[in-house]
Write a protein that binds this ligand. Structure first.
Ligand SMILES: Nc1ncnc2c1ncn2[C@@H]1O[C@H](COP(=O)(O)OP(=O)(O)OP(=O)(O)O)[C@@H](O)[C@H]1O
Ligand SMILES: [Mg+2]
Length: 249
């Protein structure tokens, strides 16, 4: 079953077209990597999936984005949509408040007030993001005191706390050291059993290690989308092959 689909998706920033007829199907509980050279539209595409581009005035969108067969732009309330399709950004961006309050923030916004229930969600989310053991004795300390890798896992916990179905990740490890990166990669392997993950990465080894499917973007188009092993070892398009083998980008 496809949890997300785009149909002939075009996106314009003013007069400049950043996405061109993008057709992409994403299977439930899979990891899809979006790769391609800088400026080819990966982040733009990712943001169309939970309507983060709505915040940019000049954006115009044509075509369809479907989440569970319903139109993201006309059949969902945007708050509800972003609860179900969470996002983790390139630079860890915890709120300047305690570790506990970072994770409880989303659930509180969605109306959960019961202290025991919140405790439960915070613990479960931090465990889910593989950071519980490192922070359980300092939950009331400021999140900005954590290391970069810990902050990024906290941001993942914050996203998990509202129980999303899909996790969008835009280069989530590019600001991290190799050990923190490995921790996040291991975590993704666990998360994909429960969630659908769509991740932008410039790291080809990472795409190869963690993803089931890979979509290669170039100049706003999806050149090729296939099982990751096919993209890496049997690309059908010469442009994919050139990119994978490092001839450009
Ligand atoms: N807010 C914006 N306003 C105008 N143009 C934008 C905006 N955001 C992105 N663009 C343009 O849209 C195109 C795609 O950008 P996007 O950020 O999606 O690329 P990307 O593939 O994520 O690149 P990178 O790998 O460098 O992150 C680029 O030409 C970029 O300059
Ligand atoms: Mg980007």
């Amino acid at each position: 079953m496809y949890i997300m689909q785009t149909e002939d998706l075009d996106l314009y920033y003013g007069a400049v077209q950043a996405l061109k007829k993008v057709n992409l199907n994403v299977e439930k509980n899979s990891v899809t990597a979006l790769i391609g050279p800088s400026g080819c539209g990966k982040s733009t595409f990712l943001r169309t999936l939970n309507r983060m581009n709505d915040l940019i005035d000049s954006v115009k969108i044509q075509g369809k984005v479907l989440f569970e067969n319903k139109d993201v732009y006309s059949e969902y309330d945007v708050i509800d949509l972003r609860k179900r399709i969470g996002m983790v950004f390139q630079a860890p961006n915890p709120f300047p408040m305690s570790i506990y309050n970072n994770v409880a923030y989303g659930p509180r916004i969605h109306g959960i007030k019961d202290k025991n229930k919140l405790n439960e969600i915070v613990e479960k989310s931090l465990k889910g993001a593989a950071i519980w053991d490192e922070v359980k004795d300092r939950l009331n300390k400021n999140a900005l005191g954590l290391s970069g890798g810990q902050q990024q896992r906290l941001c993942i916990a914050r996203t998990l706390a509202v129980e999303p179905d899909v996790l969008l990740m835009d280069e989530p490890t590019s600001a991290l050291d190799p050990i923190s990166t490995l921790k996040i990669e291991e975590l993704m392997d666990i998360l994909k059993k429960k969630y659908t993950i769509i991740i932008v990465t410039h790291n080809m080894q990472q795409a190869g290690r963690i993803s089931d499917y890979t979509a290669f973007f170039l100049n706003g188009e999806v050149v090729e989308n296939d099982k990751t092993e096919n993209i890496f070892y049997k690309p059908k398009d010469k442009r994919t092959e050139d990119y994978i083998t490092g001839r450009f980008g």
